[in-house]
Design a binder for this molecule. Structure first.
Ligand SMILES: Nc1ncnc2c1ncn2[C@@H]1O[C@H](COP(=O)(O)OP(=O)(O)OP(=O)(O)O)[C@@H](O)[C@H]1O
Ligand SMILES: [Mg+2]
Length: 181
Protein backbone atom coordinates (compact mmCIF):
# COMPACT_ATOMS: atom_id res chain seq x y z
CA UNK A 1 0.00 0.00 0.00
CA UNK A 2 1.28 3.50 -0.77
CA UNK A 3 0.65 6.61 1.31
CA UNK A 4 0.54 9.96 -0.47
CA UNK A 5 0.67 13.42 0.88
CA UNK A 6 1.39 16.93 -0.27
CA UNK A 7 1.62 19.32 2.61
CA UNK A 8 2.50 22.94 3.03
CA UNK A 9 5.09 23.03 5.74
CA UNK A 10 4.37 26.70 6.38
CA UNK A 11 1.44 25.33 8.38
CA UNK A 12 3.29 22.32 9.54
CA UNK A 13 0.90 20.04 11.30
CA UNK A 14 1.22 17.02 13.49
CA UNK A 15 0.04 14.96 10.55
CA UNK A 16 2.82 16.31 8.39
CA UNK A 17 5.41 15.44 10.99
CA UNK A 18 3.94 12.00 11.13
CA UNK A 19 4.11 11.62 7.39
CA UNK A 20 7.74 12.60 7.29
CA UNK A 21 8.33 10.35 10.22
CA UNK A 22 6.78 7.55 8.23
CA UNK A 23 9.32 8.09 5.45
CA UNK A 24 12.07 7.67 7.95
CA UNK A 25 10.32 5.03 9.95
CA UNK A 26 9.94 2.92 6.85
CA UNK A 27 13.65 3.31 6.42
CA UNK A 28 14.03 2.91 10.13
CA UNK A 29 12.28 -0.41 9.93
CA UNK A 30 14.32 -1.76 7.07
CA UNK A 31 17.59 -0.35 8.25
CA UNK A 32 16.89 -0.31 11.96
CA UNK A 33 17.27 3.45 12.17
CA UNK A 34 17.38 4.64 15.73
CA UNK A 35 15.39 7.17 17.76
CA UNK A 36 18.10 9.64 16.73
CA UNK A 37 15.73 10.10 13.81
CA UNK A 38 13.82 12.51 16.01
CA UNK A 39 16.65 15.04 16.13
CA UNK A 40 17.08 14.82 12.41
CA UNK A 41 13.37 15.36 11.87
CA UNK A 42 13.16 18.42 14.07
CA UNK A 43 16.03 20.14 12.25
CA UNK A 44 14.63 19.18 8.89
CA UNK A 45 11.13 20.31 9.74
CA UNK A 46 12.42 23.71 10.83
CA UNK A 47 14.38 24.09 7.61
CA UNK A 48 11.41 23.23 5.44
CA UNK A 49 9.13 25.54 7.34
CA UNK A 50 11.57 28.45 7.26
CA UNK A 51 11.99 28.16 3.52
CA UNK A 52 8.33 27.50 2.68
CA UNK A 53 9.05 24.13 1.13
CA UNK A 54 6.19 21.69 0.65
CA UNK A 55 6.76 18.01 1.26
CA UNK A 56 5.44 15.30 -0.98
CA UNK A 57 5.88 11.79 0.33
CA UNK A 58 4.98 8.62 -1.52
CA UNK A 59 5.82 5.60 0.53
CA UNK A 60 5.67 1.95 -0.23
CA UNK A 61 5.80 -1.04 2.02
CA UNK A 62 9.45 -1.96 2.12
CA UNK A 63 11.11 -5.31 2.62
CA UNK A 64 13.97 -5.93 4.99
CA UNK A 65 17.31 -4.65 3.75
CA UNK A 66 20.47 -4.96 5.76
CA UNK A 67 22.42 -1.78 6.33
CA UNK A 68 24.04 0.68 8.68
CA UNK A 69 21.27 2.85 10.09
CA UNK A 70 23.41 5.90 10.87
CA UNK A 71 25.04 5.87 7.47
CA UNK A 72 21.71 5.60 5.69
CA UNK A 73 20.41 8.49 7.72
CA UNK A 74 23.46 10.46 6.58
CA UNK A 75 22.68 9.72 2.94
CA UNK A 76 19.13 10.98 3.31
CA UNK A 77 20.27 14.04 5.23
CA UNK A 78 22.86 14.98 2.61
CA UNK A 79 20.47 14.53 -0.29
CA UNK A 80 17.69 16.47 1.42
CA UNK A 81 20.12 19.25 2.44
CA UNK A 82 21.24 19.61 -1.15
CA UNK A 83 17.64 19.63 -2.35
CA UNK A 84 16.79 22.41 0.09
CA UNK A 85 19.89 24.42 -0.89
CA UNK A 86 18.89 24.21 -4.55
CA UNK A 87 15.36 25.48 -3.89
CA UNK A 88 16.02 28.35 -1.53
CA UNK A 89 17.99 30.27 -4.14
CA UNK A 90 15.07 30.54 -6.54
CA UNK A 91 11.48 31.72 -6.50
CA UNK A 92 8.48 29.64 -7.49
CA UNK A 93 7.00 26.52 -5.99
CA UNK A 94 9.32 24.63 -3.74
CA UNK A 95 8.53 20.95 -3.37
CA UNK A 96 10.65 18.28 -1.77
CA UNK A 97 9.50 14.83 -2.85
CA UNK A 98 10.61 11.70 -1.05
CA UNK A 99 9.56 8.41 -2.52
CA UNK A 100 10.25 4.83 -1.61
CA UNK A 101 9.28 1.82 -3.67
CA UNK A 102 10.02 -1.85 -4.06
CA UNK A 103 10.50 -3.45 -7.46
CA UNK A 104 9.29 -6.92 -8.38
CA UNK A 105 12.87 -8.12 -7.91
CA UNK A 106 12.85 -6.89 -4.30
CA UNK A 107 15.09 -3.93 -5.04
CA UNK A 108 14.27 -0.96 -2.81
CA UNK A 109 14.52 2.44 -4.46
CA UNK A 110 14.50 5.68 -2.53
CA UNK A 111 14.40 9.00 -4.33
CA UNK A 112 14.76 12.59 -3.20
CA UNK A 113 13.51 15.09 -5.77
CA UNK A 114 13.46 18.88 -5.74
CA UNK A 115 12.17 21.77 -7.82
CA UNK A 116 15.42 23.66 -7.49
CA UNK A 117 18.00 25.04 -9.87
CA UNK A 118 18.87 21.76 -11.51
CA UNK A 119 22.48 20.83 -12.22
CA UNK A 120 24.50 22.41 -14.97
CA UNK A 121 25.33 19.73 -17.57
CA UNK A 122 28.98 20.78 -17.39
CA UNK A 123 29.08 19.81 -13.72
CA UNK A 124 27.29 16.48 -13.92
CA UNK A 125 30.35 14.29 -14.18
CA UNK A 126 32.02 16.06 -11.25
CA UNK A 127 29.32 16.39 -8.60
CA UNK A 128 30.25 13.11 -6.91
CA UNK A 129 33.93 14.03 -6.75
CA UNK A 130 35.26 14.92 -3.30
CA UNK A 131 35.65 18.71 -2.84
CA UNK A 132 33.59 19.65 -5.89
CA UNK A 133 31.19 22.41 -4.89
CA UNK A 134 29.42 25.37 -6.46
CA UNK A 135 28.45 26.79 -3.05
CA UNK A 136 30.37 29.58 -1.36
CA UNK A 137 30.22 27.75 1.96
CA UNK A 138 30.16 24.21 0.58
CA UNK A 139 32.71 21.54 1.37
CA UNK A 140 31.87 19.46 -1.67
CA UNK A 141 31.81 16.29 0.40
CA UNK A 142 28.09 15.45 0.70
CA UNK A 143 27.55 13.53 -2.51
CA UNK A 144 30.92 11.85 -2.39
CA UNK A 145 30.02 10.52 1.06
CA UNK A 146 26.55 9.48 -0.14
CA UNK A 147 27.95 7.52 -3.05
CA UNK A 148 30.56 5.80 -0.87
CA UNK A 149 27.94 4.77 1.69
CA UNK A 150 25.46 3.51 -0.88
CA UNK A 151 28.14 1.57 -2.74
CA UNK A 152 29.40 0.12 0.56
CA UNK A 153 25.89 -1.34 0.85
CA UNK A 154 26.23 -2.77 -2.68
CA UNK A 155 23.73 -0.17 -3.83
CA UNK A 156 23.75 2.40 -6.58
CA UNK A 157 23.21 6.18 -6.43
CA UNK A 158 22.20 8.06 -9.56
CA UNK A 159 21.08 11.54 -10.57
CA UNK A 160 18.70 12.74 -13.24
CA UNK A 161 16.81 15.92 -14.10
CA UNK A 162 13.42 16.39 -12.51
CA UNK A 163 10.49 17.41 -14.70
CA UNK A 164 9.80 20.23 -15.39
CA UNK A 165 12.63 21.53 -13.21
CA UNK A 166 15.02 20.51 -10.50
CA UNK A 167 16.87 17.31 -9.80
CA UNK A 168 16.19 13.76 -8.67
CA UNK A 169 18.70 11.67 -6.73
CA UNK A 170 17.81 8.01 -6.48
CA UNK A 171 19.47 5.18 -4.70
CA UNK A 172 18.76 1.51 -4.98
CA UNK A 173 19.44 -1.09 -2.30
CA UNK A 174 19.32 -4.78 -2.96
CA UNK A 175 17.75 -7.50 -0.82
CA UNK A 176 20.10 -9.87 0.99
CA UNK A 177 21.39 -12.63 -1.27
CA UNK A 178 20.35 -16.13 -0.26
CA UNK A 179 23.19 -17.90 1.50
CA UNK A 180 25.03 -20.33 -0.76
CA UNK A 181 25.94 -23.78 0.47
N1 LIG B 1 19.75 18.77 -5.53
C1 LIG B 1 20.70 19.49 -6.15
N2 LIG B 1 20.36 20.48 -7.03
C2 LIG B 1 21.30 21.19 -7.68
N3 LIG B 1 22.64 21.01 -7.53
C3 LIG B 1 23.03 20.05 -6.69
C4 LIG B 1 22.11 19.24 -5.95
N4 LIG B 1 22.80 18.37 -5.21
C5 LIG B 1 24.10 18.62 -5.44
N5 LIG B 1 24.25 19.63 -6.33
C6 LIG B 1 25.51 20.16 -6.86
O1 LIG B 1 26.54 19.23 -6.54
C7 LIG B 1 27.58 19.90 -5.79
C8 LIG B 1 28.21 18.92 -4.83
O2 LIG B 1 27.27 18.56 -3.82
P1 LIG B 1 27.82 18.05 -2.43
O3 LIG B 1 26.68 17.71 -1.58
O4 LIG B 1 28.84 16.99 -2.68
O5 LIG B 1 28.63 19.29 -1.86
P2 LIG B 1 28.05 20.67 -1.30
O6 LIG B 1 26.58 20.56 -1.03
O7 LIG B 1 28.48 21.73 -2.24
O8 LIG B 1 28.84 20.82 0.05
P3 LIG B 1 28.69 19.91 1.36
O9 LIG B 1 30.00 19.22 1.53
O10 LIG B 1 28.40 20.89 2.43
O11 LIG B 1 27.58 18.93 1.14
C9 LIG B 1 26.88 21.08 -5.13
O12 LIG B 1 27.78 22.12 -4.80
C10 LIG B 1 25.89 21.50 -6.24
O13 LIG B 1 26.55 22.25 -7.24
MG1 LIG C 1 25.80 18.92 0.06
Amino acid sequence: MAHDCLLQLGNLSFDCCCRLTIVLLDLARILELSPQCDLFLVALRDDLRTHRIALSAELAELPIIEGDRVQMQQVLLNLISNAIDSMVVRDGDRVLSVKSETGADGVVTISVADTGTGIDARHLDRIFNPLFTTKSAGMGMGLSICRSIVEAHDGHLSVMPNSPEGTVFRFALYPPRPATA
